[in-house]
Design a protein around this ligand. Sequence first.
Ligand code: CP3
Length: 340
Amino acid sequence: MTTTPRDSAFVRACRGLPAPHTPVWFMRQAGRSLPEYRKIREGIGMLDSCRRPDLVTEITLQPVRRHGVDAAILFSDIVVPLAAAGVSLDIVAGTGPVIASPIRSAADLAQLGRPVDVGFVGEAVRLLVAELGPTPLIGFAGAPFTLASYLIEGGPSKNYLRTKAMMYGDPDLWHELLGRLATITLEFLRVQAAAGVSAVQLFDSWAGALSQADYRRFVLPHSAAVLSGLAEFDIPRIHFGVGTSVLLGAMGEAGADVVGVDWRTPLSTATHQIGPDRAVQGNLDPAVLFAPWPAVEAEALRVLAEGRAAPGHVFNLGHGVLPDTDPDVLTRLVDLIHRS
Ligand code: CP3
């Protein structure tokens, strides 16, 4: 039996150590697929809920109770530290983060101070660690590139035109912006690590928009600064993005212990690219959960089999749980992974 988060199946798999079963959790497990989440969020804005440790604790625990997943992920958002650093923004339901005055010039950088008053995050983590007992809690933050894309575009984007225009057109400003974002991200993660999270995930969700050469030149040094800045805490660092098949090796080199893989790349191929020193996380297509159960089961077993090529495998989806997902399918999937 597991007694502490440090010897949980999840942390062991992250470290490439033998585990009693393949651990499983889901990106976006805390959220709109759960009726109990929709109920508790009624009438409370997304950013406000992230700032209330009592709500954060309850929402984070909901999927652990319901599905029996092997890890909890802190309920928050990647833009929470940006708001704390002074950026005026909102999280709009159905859209995502919207920035009041996008950052497009050196003068616009004045919006970005240090993250102040993020004490609510540390408090939520401490409450959760006490409630969770042996179940590990994953902390997280957005990586500099993904945060920059929201700040520069002003909201979600398809082609990242303004982001790339700054990257190629004004590399000095670009590196100044990403450097500041790395500082903010690291500070936000250090608050979580100091309060007791058992692992962290750095979400570079939109890094897949870049070639490997551009990723290495414009992004990797900043993400590496974040990941290396956490070394002293001795907790596994997971590094994830979508559409990153050509970036997997570089995302590992940035200083990850575990590389998160979306559904486009088989985990056996991913392991080959990442190398034998790092575990993998993923990678069932979240859309598969809308197919009849025999198809879900077959795809999940394929992912499990391909994951055996890696030194450690944390089962997850290839991206977040989609809002219309039937939560009972998630519970059944957890059960299948634990039995297989
Ligand atoms: O994984 C979890 O369960 C923890 C909570 C979590 C949220 N956001 C809660 C949330 C995590 C890890 C995030 C990270 C996040 N936020 C990312 C990286 C992960 C990824 O999906 O690639 C990104 C890109 C964001 C930005 C963001 N915030 C988006 C794209 C959205 C969805 C917009 C929408 O409504 O479709 C949000 C809002 C958000 N963050 C919600 C939740 C539960 C939905 C808000 C609501 O319930 O009203």
